[in-house]
Design a protein around this ligand. Structure first.
Ligand SMILES: CCCC(=O)SCCNC(=O)CCNC(=O)[C@H](O)C(C)(C)COP(=O)(O)OP(=O)(O)OC[C@H]1O[C@@H](n2cnc3c(N)ncnc32)[C@H](O)[C@@H]1OP(=O)(O)O
Ligand SMILES: Nc1ncnc2c1ncn2[C@@H]1O[C@H](COP(=O)(O)OP(=O)(O)OP(=O)(O)O)[C@@H](O)[C@H]1O
Ligand SMILES: O=C(O)CCC(=O)C(=O)O
Ligand SMILES: [Fe+2]
Ligand SMILES: [Mg+2]
Length: 361
C-alpha cells in the first residue's frame, strides 16, 4: 500500500446524498441491515458463502439459507458494506484516489486534447451539440475519451492497488480491465445533450456473468447535481437486462447513448454527489445515468469496467443487445475496416489483465 494512500484512509459513505428526495431513510435502513448481516455473518459457511439465518444448537440448518450473491469475502468490505452492495448494487468509497494521481490523469487528458500524443485505439468523442462545428484541439471539444488502455499514464488508474482491492470483492481474484473512459461532461449547450440517459452498462457487454462485472467511477473534481452527477436506481442490479434504445429527446442524443426503454419513473433515485477522489463501484445491471451540466465547467470523471477473467463471451445475435452490436460493428468497419471481426474479437483485443490469471476473457 503506498504511503500517500495510507495517510488518508478512505471512509465509507452509505448514501452520499441524503438531501435526495428518495424517501429512503439511510441511517435507519443501514443500521437494521447491518445488524441483520452481523447476525448472519456469525454463521457464515465460508466454503459456500451461504448464510444460515437462524442456526440451531444442534447444527441442523433448516431455515432458509440466504446467499451473499454479489460480493466476495476478501476481508476488505465490512459486513455493513457487503450488505449495502448486496441490497443496492453500488458502494461509494470516499477519498480513494489521491489528488496527485488525479492531477496526473488530468494532465494526460489535456495532452491528448491538444493532440500532443497519439494513442492507438483511443476514441475521442465530441458532444453531438458541437460535432458539426469547427474542430479546435482543446478540452472544450472533447466530451469523452474511450479505450485508453494503450495510454500508460491514464491506464495507471486501472492498476491502482486500492481500486483493485475493492474490485476483487466483486469479481474475485482474476481481474480484467475491459473498458476505460474519461468523461468530460461539457457545459450544456442548451439542448440537454449533456445528459446521459438511464441505462445498464451490461447492454454494451457481450460477456457474462453480470455479477462478475463492476464499474469503478472516480470523480476528478467535485460532482453534484449542478454539473451532472451520477444518478442511480438502488436495487435495480437484482433485475434483468432491459431493452435499450435511443431516448426520444427533442434536442438530440449522443451516438450510442442508449437508454432503458420505459423504466419506472417512480423508482427511488439517488444522486451521487462526490468529492475529488471519491469512487463509486457499481454493478453492471444497476440502472444509472447523469443529469445535464448546468455549470460552465467541464465535469470530469475517470472510470474502468472490470470483469472477472473467468467470464465468458457469448453471441448477442437474437438478444436485445443486437442493436448496439450493429452500431459498434458499423463504426469499427468504417474506421478500421474490421468487417470480419466479431464483437468478441474486438473486446478480447481491448481487455487487459490487471490481476491474477487471464483464464477466459
Ligand atoms: C458501458 C459503456 C457505456 C457507454 O459506453 S455509453 C456511450 C457509448 N458511446 C460510444 O461508444 C461512442 C464512442 N464514440 C465514437 O465511437 C465516436 O466518437 C463516433 C461517434 C463514432 C464519432 O467518431 P469520429 O471519429 O469522430 O467520426 P466522425 O467525426 O467522422 O463522425 C462520424 C459520424 O458520427 C457523427 N457523430 C460524431 N459524434 C457524434 C455524437 N457524439 N453523437 C452523434 N453523432 C455523432 C458525425 O456527425 C458523423 O455523422 P455523419 O457521417 O456526418 O452523418
Ligand atoms: N423524465 C425523464 N425521463 C427520462 N429520463 C429522465 C427524465 N428525467 C431525467 N432523466 C434522466 O435521468 C438522469 C438524471 O436526471 P436528473 O433528473 O438527475 O437530471 P436533470 O433533470 O438534468 O437535473 P435535476 O433533476 O437534478 O434538476 C439523466 O440520465 C436524465 O437523462
Ligand atoms: O459519467 C457519466 O456521466 C456517466 C457515464 C456512463 O454511465 C457511461 O458512459 O456508461
Ligand atoms: Fe454507464
Ligand atoms: Mg430531473
Amino acid at each position: 500500500m503506498d504511503v500517500a494512500y495510507k495517510r488518508r484512509l478512505p471512509t465509507f459513505s452509505s448514501y452520499p446524498c441524503v438531501r435526495d428526495h428518495t424517501g429512503i431513510q439511510p441511517d435507519r435502513k443501514m443500521s437494521r441491515a447491518a445488524e441483520r448481516l452481523r447476525l448472519m455473518i456469525n454463521h457464515l459457511d465460508r466454503s459456500s458463502a451461504t448464510i444460515s439465518a437462524v442456526p440451531t444448537s444442534t447444527q441442523t440448518f433448516t431455515s432458509h439459507p440466504q446467499t451473499l450473491r454479489f460480493t466476495h469475502d476478501t476481508g476488505l468490505l465490512t459486513p455493513e458494506q457487503r450488505l449495502f452492495y448486496e441490497e443496492n448494487g453500488f458502494i461509494l468509497i470516499k477519498n480513494l484516489v489521491s489528488e496527485e494521481d488525479i492531477d496526473k490523469f488530468r494532465k494526460a487528458f489535456e495532452r491528448i486534447c491538444r493532440q500532443e500524443v497519439k494513442i492507438p485505439g483511443l476514441v475521442v468523442m465530441r458532444d453531438v451539440a458541437i460535432v458539426k462545428s469547427e474542430f479546435v484541439p482543446d478540452e472544450k471539444a472533447v466530451s469523452k475519451l474511450q479505450d485508453f488502455q494503450e495510454d500508460p499514464e491514464l491506464f495507471q488508474y486501472c492498476n491502482l492497488p486500492q481500486i483493485l482491492n475493492y474490485v476483487e470483492c466483486f469479481t474475485g481474484p482474476n481481474i480484467m480491465a475491459m473498458h476505460t473512459m474519461l468523461i468530460n461532461k461539457p457545459p450544456d449547450a442548451g439542448k440537454k445533450t449533456s445528459r446521459h440517459p438511464m441505462h445498464q452498462d451490461l447492454h454494451y457487454f457481450p460477456f457474462r456473468p453480470a455479477d462478475s462485472i463492476v464499474c469503478a467511477w472516480t470523480a476528478m473534481e467535485k460532482v453534484d447535481r449542478q454539473n451532472g452527477c451520477l444518478v442511480v436506481l438502488p436495487g435495480t442490479h437484482t433485475g434483468t437486462l432491459q431493452e435499450h434504445d435511443y431516448p426520444e429527446w427533442e434536442g438530440g442524443v449522443n451516438k450510442m447513448y442508449h437508454g432503458v426503454r420505459g423504466y419506472d419513473p417512480k423508482h427511488p433515485r439517488v444522486h451521487l454527489e462526490m468529492e475529488k477522489g471519491d469512487t463509486v463501484f457499481f454493478h453492471s445491471l444497476l440502472i444509472h445515468g447523469s443529469g445535464m451540466n448546468r455549470t460552465q465547467g467541464f465535469r470530469k470523471a475517470i472510470s474502468c469496467h472490470y470483469a472477472s477473467a473467468d467470464c465468458y463471451y457469448f453471441d448477442v445475435k437474437g438478444t436485445s443487445q443486437e442493436n448496439i452490436e450493429n452500431e459498434v460493428k458499423d463504426i469499427a468497419n468504417r474506421k478500421y475496416g474490421l468487417g470480419e471481426m466479431t464483437l468478441k474479437d474486438i473486446w478480447a483485443l481491448r481487455g487487459r489483465l490487471v490481476q491474477g490469471e487471464r483464464t477466459s476473457l
